[in-house]
Ligand binder design. Structure first.
Ligand code: NAD
Length: 432
């Protein structure tokens, strides 16, 4: 059933389930099942060859009861309004779960950015802002990079907004380059945030990090810094990481008998997260099939590559030693695998808690922009740790109180916070 649903239908059905658990009023459910506002628009771009090409753009603002809408802009050839709606709704829950004063939004353009020249990309970025200018702003809607968009693109978009509004407004976009309004610590924030969560889960489960092994899928931004932090902050051993090899077009798992050295592997990895196989083998790494990561003898699994990686098939290969699954990626676990984890009592750190270090540091970026005063990397990471630790424990408390699965507890905390904000603002009249 879930396999036939699109992302927005899945997001709505997840919401419906928790709304039922929270016994929300039907009217309140109706408000939250759909985005508050949606923008669809056409962006004409003069291409390098002189022709005029028109691109389809989107922005969805799901809910801004807790603060301005926040969420990335995706450039993808298969972008649809329903994907953007789902991602916008998940952003509302993510910001609420970590208790940052922002709402949920998401945007996109149907385009394959790898087919555009730098000039065409810049024109498209500026065109998106021209269409959205009236509904963007540090107190309205704050976009960020996502799949297919980069810090440089955020720099162009921020510049276009500043020019059109006649005011330098760095906090209207986050994920900008450091030196161009970006925050220290943003690069490592998602991976480190995931490991702060793992540390808290280990405390709860009475596990000693130094005796623990992690197996990680992926070696992009999230996995790179999760592997470094697992070894450097927790003192644990990383059995393996994996990646998609863009040259041979297949996935590989890289392991090392003494544990993976994330910093070394990072030095031989390209910008798309492909590890240089020859250099890794020269350094004594063993290279196996892409799916070997999931069956490693490890206490912690960190899927940090893409969605649906732990499914009804792959879940059967998991070692009996696994106690924690920390979802670095968005949506890495299918409903069937979730059932298996519940049955086996495996502790889940759900994606929108586990990978929320990125949006939390984006929020810090906006705060620093507004103050026009910038924190050091260690100040940023200290604040990130505080936020991750508090959010983890809020959700754990809910899970214990309601005897709920961690994923359900995270939804309950998040949805309840949004409903409370709507009530306090007087959006929900009556005694409900
Ligand atoms: P990325 O593009 O930097 O890296 C993705 C990695 O996954 C690459 O190493 C790639 O080779 C690998 N990969 C792809 N297919 C694979 C396969 N079949 N087997 C093994 N490895 C494979 O992406 P990222 O920024 O690290 O994001 C990873 C996940 O985390 C995504 O789901 C993303 O939505 C989510 N996420 C990222 C951030 C962030 O701040 N970067 C924040 C929140 C959520």
């Amino acid at each position: 059933m879930a396999e036939q649903m699109n992302a927005f239908q899945i997001a709505q059905s997840q919401f419906d389930k928790v709304a039922e658990m929270l016994k929300l009023d039907p009217g309140v459910r109706e408000v939250l099942r759909w985005p508050a506002r949606e923008f669809t628009f056409r962006i004409p771009v003069r291409m390098d060859n002189g022709s005029l090409q028109v691109f389809q753009g989107f922005r969805v603002q799901h809910n801004d009861a807790r603060g301005p809408n926040k969420g990335g802009i995706r450039f993808h050839p298969e972008e649809t309004i329903d994907t953007v709606r789902a991602l916008a709704m998940w952003m509302t829950w993510k910001c609420a779960a970590v208790d940052i004063p922002l709402g949920g939004g998401k945007g996109g353009i149907i385009v394959d950015p790898s087919k555009l020249s730098p000039n065409e990309k810049e024109a498209l970025c500026r065109g998106w802002v021209q269409q959205m200018i009236k509904n963007l702003g540090p107190r309205q809607d704050i976009p960020a990079p996502d799949v297919g968009t980069t810090p440089q693109m955020m720099g162009w978009m921020m510049d276009e907004f500043s020019k059109l509004s006649g005011t330098y407004a760095p906090s209207v976009f986050t994920g900008k380059p450091v030196g161009g309004g970006g925050s220290q610590g943003r690069t490592e924030a998602t991976g480190y945030g995931a490991i702060y969560n793992v540390r808290e889960a280990m405390k709860y489960l009475n596990m000693k990090p130094k005796n623990c092994v992690a197996a990680i899928q992926g070696f992009g931004n999230v996995a790179q810094y999760a592997s470094i932090a697992f070894a450097e902050i927790l003192g644990g051993k990383v059995a393996c990481v994996s990646c998609w090899d863009r040259n041979t077009k297949q996935a590989y798992t890289y392991s090392h008998k003494d544990g993976v050295d994330g910093r070394f592997l990072l030095s031989i990895t390209d910008q798309y997260g492909t590890i240089n196989k020859e250099k890794a083998m020269d350094a004594g790494y063993e290279v196996e099939d892409g799916d070997a990561w999931i069956s490693k003898e490890a206490e912690v699994l960190i899927p940090a590559a893409m969605e649906n990686q732990i499914n009804s098939e792959s879940v059967k290969k998991i070692s009996n030693k696994v106690k924690i699954v920390a979802e670095g990626a968005n949506g890495p676990t299918t409903l069937e695998a979730d059932e298996y984890f519940k049955e086996k009592g495996i502790f889940i750190i759900p994606d929108f808690l586990c990978n929320s270090g990125g949006v939390t540091t984006s929020y810090f970026e906006g705060v620093q922009n507004d103050m026009n005063f910038y924190w050091t990397r260690s100040e940023v990471l200290m604040r990130l740790d505080d936020k991750m630790t508090a959010s983890f424990n809020d959700i754990l408390q809910m899970a214990e109180k309601e005897k709920a699965y961690m994923r359900d507890a995270a939804y309950m905390v998040a949805i309840q916070r949004v409903v409370d904000a709507m009530r306090m603002r007087g959006w929900l009249h009556g005694d409900w």
